[in-house]
Design a protein around this ligand. Structure first.
Ligand SMILES: *[C@@H]1O[C@H](CO)[C@@H](O)[C@H](O)[C@H]1NC(C)=O
Ligand SMILES: *[C@@H]1O[C@H](CO)[C@@H](O)[C@H](O)[C@H]1NC(C)=O
Length: 482
């Protein structure tokens, strides 16, 4: 304003001077006036240029102030909320103190929202990699309408690329207000993440005759084209706003912006925040420490997981959250699953000679799970899985000059799966020989296993309770639900 006022005063002064010159007349003075007028025009032009320059600066500052103000408002609001909370004696998740930095419990804004749906949108502390492990909590923007989490960075304002012709001659690293680990954890926990890049530009081709002038770097530093984000090429002379969106979680966030080819045109970039929504669900049983972490476990310790249809025991060190870190999941071994206890030890109560008839095990010392039926002598598998069986018998021979034999076989639903066999020549009275058979069988629930005499010579006996035993137990159950 003062600039224009002084311009007006100067103008007035020259007018008066011109009048005066006319009155007094004189060529010398006229020349002087002309010279002064020229000077005046130059000064005026200079001043006007300055004003335009200042106006641009003011506009830029205004934008900056607006941005700062929004942060300031958020801070004031959180301070007010804190006071309000202490007055009412209630605690709200809006404190921005050191305590919160280390002890923020929610892992995403969605979880903050879940603790209290009445909370307003604003800055909150969250701890994506888990409370008490990994990195400190981070301060993020929570949109309480959508429940989305936004990670702020240092390049959110519109930034001019300037004039530069070579590919990537302008390059800017993006610094996020969160650690790499925390960002990776947030992305891992969220259903969808995205980041928007806007390029206000004209005559600034991103790619021209196979030369790529501009690109971005993903979270691993790999080069990615802007065309992969759906951004227009910006090779026209008309000023456009080219917009690109990145949604691939394995690439996010953008770590660097590179532009070039602006020597004939111009370009300004505006990079949005990293915004994540939703919560990844772990369907079924956990198959890794990663699943356990997603479910919400953060205490280092020994856990059971299900992998390859087996329950396995692992040690999870949640401090080492980044998937590639060694020692995050340490395998210990297989865990046993037994939904029912099954073991028995049965004996025959008297000597037996009948062929093709289940051996009568009428006495059980142990029959946990009631798999062994003492009436029929048959074992019925109560669960599907691997079973161990052991049979020991004693064959008693008569006095004989010919060959005498005794064969006992193990049957699974009527099919022979193994034999125990003794055969003797020239036996004397009460001569005896042991028969043994061990087996591991895979049984489906309900399948039956029993023993029977396959072959028996006249006068041979399978001896009684002290010498003939049948033992079995469930070795490993196959969980049919896995
Ligand atoms: C929340 O997100 C929605 C959808 O993106 C947007 O329209 C709204 O303005 C956001 N609200 C706040 C307070 O940020
Ligand atoms: C999240 O992404 C999936 C697949 O990419 C899409 O089907 C779904 O609509 C997205 N959800 C939101 C809320 O954007």
């Amino acid at each position: 304003m003062t600039l224009f006022t002084s311009v007006t005063v100067i103008q007035l002064f020259f007018l008066l001077l011109a009048r005066f010159t006319c009155l007094t007349t004189g060529a010398y003075l006229e020349d002087k006036v002309l010279q002064l007028e020229k000077n005046y025009i130059k000064i005026k032009e200079d001043l006007e240029a300055k004003v335009v320059n200042l106006e641009t600066k003011v506009a830029r500052l205004e934008a900056q102030v607006n941005h700062q103000e929004s942060i300031f408002t958020a801070l004031i609001k959180s301070e007010r909320d804190k006071k309000f909370a202490s007055q009412k004696g209630i605690s709200r998740n809006v404190e921005t103190n050191e305590h919160y930095k280390r002890n923020a419990a929610p892992r995403t804004c969605g979880e903050v929202f879940a603790t209290n749906p009445l909370l307003d949108s604003g800055m909150y502390w969250i701890d994506p990699d888990g409370q008490g492990v990994g990195d400190n909590a981070i301060n993020v923007y929570c949109n309480m309408t959508t429940g989305s989490t936004s990670v702020l960075h240092d390049s959110e304002l519109k930034i001019d690329v300037g004039k530069c012709s070579d590919p990537g001659c302008y390059s800017r690293k993006i610094n996020y207000y969160a650690t790499e680990k925390q960002i990776a954890a947030l992305v891992g926990l969220s259903n969808n993440c995205s980041q928007t890049i806007i390029y206000d530009c004209s005559n600034a081709p991103l790619i021209n005759k196979d030369v790529s002038y501009s690109w971005w770097n993903d979270k691993n530093g790999n080069k990615k084209t802007f065309s992969s984000t759906g951004m227009a090429n910006c090779d026209g002379s008309l000023r456009i706003q080219a917009i690109g969106v990145i949604e691939s979680k394995q690439d996010l966030p953008m770590t660097r912006l590179n532009f070039g080819g602006t020597s004939q045109g111009s370009g300004q970039h505006t990079l949005g925040r990293l915004e994540c929504t939703g919560k990844v669900k772990v369907e079924g049983m956990p198959t890794s420490c990663d699943d356990l972490w997603r479910i919400g476990n953060t205490m280092n310790g020994i856990y059971s997981i299900v992998a390859n249809k087996k329950v396995q025991t692992v040690f999870c060190d949640f401090n080492k959250r980044l998937g590639s870190e060694k020692g995050f999941q340490t395998w210990i071994g297989f865990s046993n699953v037994k939904s029912a206890q099954v073991h028995f030890y049965a004996k025959m109560s008297a000597a037996f000679t009948k062929e093709k008839t289940p051996l009568p095990f009428k006495e059980a010392r142990i029959n946990v799970g009631k798999g062994m039926d003492l009436l029929t002598g048959k074992f019925t598998a109560p669960r599907t899985g691997f079973y161990f069986f052991s049979f020991t018998g004693l064959a008693e021979f008569p006095l004989a000059s010919t060959s005498k034999t005794l064969g006992v076989r193990l049957l699974l639903d009527g099919t022979s799966v193994g034999n125990a066999w003794v055969s003797e020549q020239h036996t004397f009275k009460d001569q005896s020989s042991p028969l043994t058979l061990q087996s591991i069988l895979y049984l489906k629930s309900g399948q039956k296993v029993w023993l029977e005499i396959d072959t028996i010579s006249t006068g041979v006996k399978l001896f009684d309770r002290f010498y003939t035993h049948f033992t079995g137990f469930l070795l490993e159950e196959e969980d049919m639900s896995l």
